[in-house]
Design a protein around this ligand. Sequence first.
Ligand SMILES: Cc1cc2nc3c(=O)[nH]c(=O)nc-3n(C[C@H](O)[C@H](O)[C@H](O)COP(=O)(O)O)c2cc1C
Length: 453
Amino acid sequence: MRTDRRPDKMKLGTLFHPTGNHVASWMHPDSQIDAGTNFRHYVQIAQTAERGKFDVVFLADALAVRDGKPEALSRWPQYMAYFEPITLLSAIAPMTTHLGLAATATTSYNEPYNVARKFASLDHISGGRAGWNVVTSSNYSEAYNFGREGHFEHGERYDRAAEFTEVVQGLWDSWDDDAFVRDRKSGRYWIPDKLHTLNHKGEHFSVRGPLNVARPPQGHPVIFQAGSSEAGKELAARFAEAVFTPQHTLAAAQAFYRDLKGRMPRFGRSPDHLKVLPGLNTIVGRTEAEAQEKHRFLQSLIHPAVGLEVLSNAIGGFDLSGYDLDGPLPEAAYLGKPNSGSTTSFANVLSWARNENLTIRQLYQRFAGARGQRTLIGTPEQIVDDMQAWFDGYGVDGFLFHASHLPGGLDDFVELIVPELQARGLFRTEYEGTTLRENLGLPRPVSRYAGRL
Ligand SMILES: Cc1cc2nc3c(=O)[nH]c(=O)nc-3n(C[C@H](O)[C@H](O)[C@H](O)COP(=O)(O)O)c2cc1C
């Protein structure tokens, strides 16, 4: 009998890359081949996630297709053609009842008023299940679609993101919760004293307000964040209520967890009001041999052109074409610089190559398959042992599950792993509430105007 069990339960999110997280997922017979623009597919996987009692589904996004070599991109369709996420989540909302619905909207190529309005609308449409993943864009392809020759540099991106988020939250408070009386008898629809005009004038934005949507059911949709740099962690400590982060060892996860939560009191926030959810990719089988075989099969689907493209992106764009796939990484590759935003992958990949003497092929197999996510391969018991150690060890508050392929990988997780988590009392058997905040155990924010005369 364990005595060091945590009193709370694990939180689970799942990221829906269209056909799955694995770089060759679209080649797998258990994936939906036209997933990116197949609405029925999304309804099916959202309903599966809800059956598995997931807290939230998360849709990543970028405002551009990937740039790269057509030879590789034409064999790697992920994020070349897919739905705009708020539109998609609004359509999934009435097909689900409890599942949280979160999506990325970049602070680099949006205006706060538009973002505040869209997520407030989604929160109303879904009955309080919306979440916004605040990102700063670090990819040139997006800049070119918004009248810029390059993206904002790192510090400026994050300053802009902080001001952006402040304005969005201010706009969500435009109306008091009880502003709309809709009283036919007195002939008054809303109470003038309960409407607030933001009048924001800052370095990056001037926004008068108020917002043309009533205060969201959750007060504010839940704020997610996924940057791990110093500036990223400061932004998270100030605003985020759930954080995605790639973590590969328990010690590193614990250090990240302590670091992030330790920053929150400086912003007047309680560390309980932020859930750390590192990425997790699982390949589960009824036996270990079955799981290993599933993994081997997925890895065998990676085309070398795609493997090289993903690997090259991770090591600062160093062109690996022409090198022997079964030879070592060329020395010159170690001298490169990380692409903006990929410092961690850069360091990981180069240290694997050097310390484990991996060939280029072995390296792309290791990195490209799960695209840098921590991968657990095994039986439900083995996988849950590991998840439990990370949870009880306060390295995480839960996980963001990346299915290797969809729907097959999610079906496996819900059928095999969720029951094991539940049997050990680590995860809910029923939703605690109806809003995303209630399920994540987060308080509903009080309006900044509450109590003012
Ligand atoms: C799980 C996860 C999901 C992410 N989703 C997005 C996304 O949808 N769009 C995006 O532009 N960046 C996304 N990112 C990238 C981060 O938001 C961030 O830009 C990146 O980690 C670099 O930030 P940093 O310099 O603070 O580390 C994601 C990162 C992680 C770990």
